[in-house]
Design a protein around this ligand. Structure first.
Ligand code: SF4
Length: 384
């Protein structure tokens, strides 16, 4: 397949769905976690769940960088933005995520903080160059896909001796999150995440390759199919997982061969390892504290580390009351299990990060009309 249309071809989708229907065993269930929020949105955008047999269940994972950032980290960003002389450069999604006490970056901006929306690290660097008398802090979030551009920006700032640029680093690691889902005590206690296999992320895997997932296949006996984002990619990957499970295999298969290799992008990995090192501990929304699951700047780049430069440290904060984002992010609940979904919480009035982010599961359900449970509940409430 060479052209985008072919990855969205309805006949091919129907053939793949029929193959999945033929090959699933009625005697068992298939609980497959799509790690990445991009996959969640594609699944709902193209109605793929409707094509799957009832015993194939897609479980939504924590692969949404905006969603997994806990309230305490957002509070840190707001505190940094409120400092005198600071310009905080942030991606748009972060602006509306609720922090503590009803705060958000958008509200801080309305109250006078200088917060600018940027589309890339280059925008943030340009902002620093254009404002030499101000401190420009780039609010860096994301998995392995967005880490290399942040590392390049820090190297560029060092090379240009840009002394008014720093990074508030919140880059997190995919394999650590998968391991946490499989073995975190909090997850086990909930006894709700019984995952048979993983749809591996596409863009992240372009950078890190397929090799890091081999551990999960070997150690936890969980098959992985790294999948592209188009509907045909996803259905083909689901079929690969169904076949592995039927055969009793637990391997890493790469459906997204047009972009992912076993070892990933060597140059991207090299720049990341020049600039960053593992953090000992990082708190994730929904998954709790995970050791060595995030990155911080190496000592030689400490001058560009906003946390060290401004002496800002992490203070845990409670999550929004009644918001089910934490359970949704570890695959234990669905958005429609949240009583606020589609009522108090909508994309216009988001109460949790999963409704704000363009990769969030709640936003996917809402945007693509997966509100049947809620609608039925409302109807039941009306007639009872
Ligand atoms: S619907 Fe809103 S309040 Fe409920 S889990 Fe999703 S983001 Fe949180």
């Amino acid at each position: 397949m060479k052209h985008l249309d072919e990855y969205r071809d309805a006949d091919t989708a129907r053939r793949l769905a029929a193959a999945i229907g033929r090959e699933v065993s009625p005697a068992r269930g298939y609980r497959l976690m799509e790690f990445c929020g991009g996959h969640t949105h594609a699944i709902f955008r193209y109605g793929l769940e409707d094509l799957l047999p009832k015993n194939v269940e897609m479980v939504h994972g924590p692969g949404c960088p905006v969603c997994v950032l806990p309230t305490g980290r957002l509070d840190m960003a707001i505190r940094l933005a409120n400092r005198d002389g600071v310009i905080l450069a942030s991606y748009g999604d972060m602006l509306r995520v609720p922090g503590s006490r009803g705060q958000s970056l958008l509200k801080a901006k309305a109250d006078g903080a200088d917060i600018r929306m940027v589309y890339s690290t280059i925008d943030a660097l340009k902002l620093a160059e254009a404002n030499p008398d101000r401190e420009v802090i780039f609010f860096a979030v994301g998995f392995e896909t967005t880490t290399p551009p942040t590392a390049l920006a820090i190297e560029a700032a060092a090379a240009r001796r840009l002394s008014n640029f720093s990074v508030f680093c919140n880059h997190v690691l995919t394999p650590s999150a998968i391991a946490a889902i499989l073995e975190a005590p909090a997850v086990r206690e909930l006894d709700a995440v019984d995952i048979d296999g993983f749809l591996g992320p596409a863009h992240v895997s372009v950078v890190i390759g397929s090799r890091p997932y081999e551990f999960f296949a070997e150690e936890y006996r969980k098959p992985v199919a790294i999948s592209g984002f188009e509907p045909i990619d996803i259905l083909q990957s689901i079929l690969m997982l169904v076949r592995q499970l039927n055969d009793g295999r637990a391997e890493v298969e790469n459906q997204y061969i047009r972009a992912v290799t076993r070892d990933g992008n060597a140059r991207a990995k090299a720049v990341v390892s020049r600039v960053f090192e593992l953090r000992r501990d990082f708190e994730w929304r929904g998954l709790g504290h995970i050791p060595y699951s995030a990155l911080r700047l190496k000592d030689e780049f400490a001058a560009f580390d906003a946390e060290r430069r401004f002496g800002e440290s992490y203070v845990p904060a409670p999550e929004t009351k009644s918001c089910e984002c934490p359970a949704i992010l570890r695959g234990a609940r669905k958005p429609t299990d949240c009583r606020l979904f589609g009522r108090a919480c909508t994309p216009e009035t988001p109460l949790g990060s999963c409704m704000v982010s363009s990769e969030g599961a709640c936003a996917a359900y809402y945007t693509y009309g997966r509100m049947r449970d809620t609608a039925q509940d409302t109807a039941r409430e009306m007639v009872s």
